[in-house]
Ligand binder design. Sequence first.
Ligand code: SF4
Length: 474
Amino acid sequence: MSNDAVASRSTADPTSVDEPPSLSPCNGAPAPAAGQSWFPKGSALVKATDWNDWRWQMRHRIRSVDRLAEMFPELGISEGLRAAAARFPLAITPYYASLIDQCSTMDPVFSMSVPNGREIWNPPFLRDDPLEEDRDMPVPGLIHRYPDRALVIATTACAMYCRHCTRKRVTSSRESRISETRLRRSVAYLRSNPGIKDVIISGGDPLTLPTDALEEIVKAIRSVPSVEIIRIGTRTPVTLPMRITDELVAMLQKYHPLWVNTHFNHPVELTADAARACGRLVDAGIPTGNQAVLLKGVNDDIEVMERLLRGLIRIRVRPYYLFQCDLVPGVEHFRTPLSKGIEIMEALRGRMSGLGIPDFVLDVPHGGGKVPLLPQYVVSASPTHTVLRNFEGMLVSYPEPYAEDMGTSPLRPFAGPARVCDLLSGQSSVIRPHSTERHNRRRLSAPQQRTRPERGRQVGMITGDITSTRDRNA
Ligand code: SF4
């Protein structure tokens, strides 16, 4: 099944789902009817109260290849798969497994959660810690890279271990949580560095901790007067949405301003349960953003990406970042060229509201931090004018603040079509592509605009629909 076909079942439906969904079996076998046993085949029916209990989901995660084979009998267990599962941890919640439509890397949920033999092939430039986080760790478990931010690793456990995870060196270790001593040392560091205003509680996934254990961490960090904002990085709204309970939200609400960043990568993850989980957070005044990762075969497609971003906005989650895959072992088959991300950003701009467009960023190797990558919009620049390109290919001259000593080029007689150098000198203010959708719409809806007296003769003046004489002659 193509990504498109998988995504077609993805629209978040905020209607209530009280019964556990049927596990979608591999290879197109009919899904068990509601009320049948689902996990694994032939076992007793799971009660809705169990299914909707995040602890039950955690206890019943698929943690071994044997269990995977039992759950997905159609899945051929290759030596490569076994090797990948031995090298990097495996865990899939029953909920997330239920989103798998077919046992194939064409299925995005399968791809992101089931070990793949290709994870074992690792070119030499891949590193366990490509962002050198461990070198920016003044105390164990606290990363201090940017002047005003720090990240605290609260646990090494996740509900589901993403095959593309960047922090595998952390999650590969035994599932454990931050010790009291470590937390004390982290808080002491925050107190002695009042420049840190924003603390990210991450992992692993902090929302896999019991609520009281998480509260101890949040409370300790909130006790530092200089910390203004607490952020929690979690994938549970995606892989374990039943974790976002009223009890959890009530606890988090006590420590505002508190933000959450989650990690949806594909529209198929935007289920009714996920929508409800995010809605609970937002209703509690917790701004929720999304940090997606660009993954080959999962979301490196403009249609899929657009559906993801529009779906996020619908469930009130702000697309924040689209990350380029980091240079960690096990992800080479997921990596796209940087140009793919730039191409997607180019297609998104103008196609959808800026509210739904994330920043495409590369966390540069050697701990250089995040670098935003954008299509090129500044075409050229002079002291008097900057020439910009819009999403349609229209070139516009933007006049810089007037300074008498800079002067401007005198108007020359027009001959031939305008060129970029004419925009740069202010001889012309715009070069429009012919026959764009918008251009045609304007022509049809307001033909009189084309005959309006020209007001754009002033050099460099941009006058909405009015272009320089030279433009119109072009
Ligand atoms: S939830 Fe985050 S930390 Fe955990 S495996 Fe996925 S990407 Fe890694």
